[in-house]
Design a protein around this ligand. Structure first.
Ligand SMILES: [Zn+2]
Length: 227
């Protein structure tokens, strides 16, 4: 049985267009309309489920799924029974409150947030900064790697550098080192949009929809470069 027979219309965008198939060891199917990519879960030569491998390019990955009351993107990497995808209903809205649940309160203590400003999301990662003071040469790298968190609010994108305080009882604090109004951002690129290099966060591990959950929910951990 082919996916076209099992799922005649794409569950994300309802397009009846054919799927593009790929993969040698594992088989993948991509909707030619919204570009959602799934890994086929095959048992006895029958497709029994699909694992979301790449999010749709139309932004629907952030929409809430009616049956789980959570955004679609948290299902990434989990093998889920075919019936879930057949009955998938997306409500077309983004649950911003759900997204901000993942934000570490320690970080929020270090930023001044306006009353009208909403906290949207936080990603941990590192930022590569050019060190202009360092002398050139193979022994002295000119790039400094700063560990920290990237905070997205309804108005700004803020980079907070993680700092260690104290010797005997070390504590971590965050210091704002980049504060950009959203209207000043011209574009964003990431190293990879694939789920393969995302790191796990325990917060969203349990999902009633997952048939088996070998992989946990993943949040992106990427490099953020300053302009
Ligand atoms: Zn589609």
């Amino acid at each position: 049985m082919s996916l076209q027979q099992e799922l005649p219309q794409c569950s994300i965008c309802s397009s009846p267009n054919a799927y593009e198939l790929s993969g040698v060891v594992g088989k993948y199917a991509k909707c030619s309309q919204c570009q959602t990519k799934w890994k086929l879960i095959v048992e006895n030569q029958k497709i029994v489920g699909l694992a979301l491998h790449e999010l749709p390019k139309n932004g629907a990955g952030l929409y809430k799924v009616a049956s789980t009351n959570a955004p679609l993107y948290i299902e990434i990497g989990k093998p889920i029974a075919l019936v879930f995808w057949k009955d998938l209903k997306l409500d077309g809205k983004i649950d911003w409150a759900f997204l901000s649940n993942a934000v570490d309160p320690t970080v929020l203590e270090c930023v001044i947030i306006d009353k009208a400003e909403q906290i949207l999301n936080l990603w941990t990662g590192n930022r590569h900064i050019k060190n202009d003071k360092a002398p050139t040469g193979p022994a002295k790298p000119r790039i400094i790697i700063q560990i920290g968190s990237l905070l997205l609010t309804s108005r700004r994108l803020i980079w907070l550098e993680k700092r260690r305080m104290g010797v005997w009882k070390p504590q971590f604090t965050y210091q704002v080192s980049l504060d950009m109004p959203l209207e000043d951002i011209k574009g964003i690129s990431a190293e990879s949009g694939d789920s393969g290099n995302w790191e796990s966060a325990e917060k969203f591990q349990s999902s009633p929809t997952a048939a088996k959950t070998p992989s946990t929910f993943k949040t992106p951990s990427k490099n953020y470069s300053s302009r």
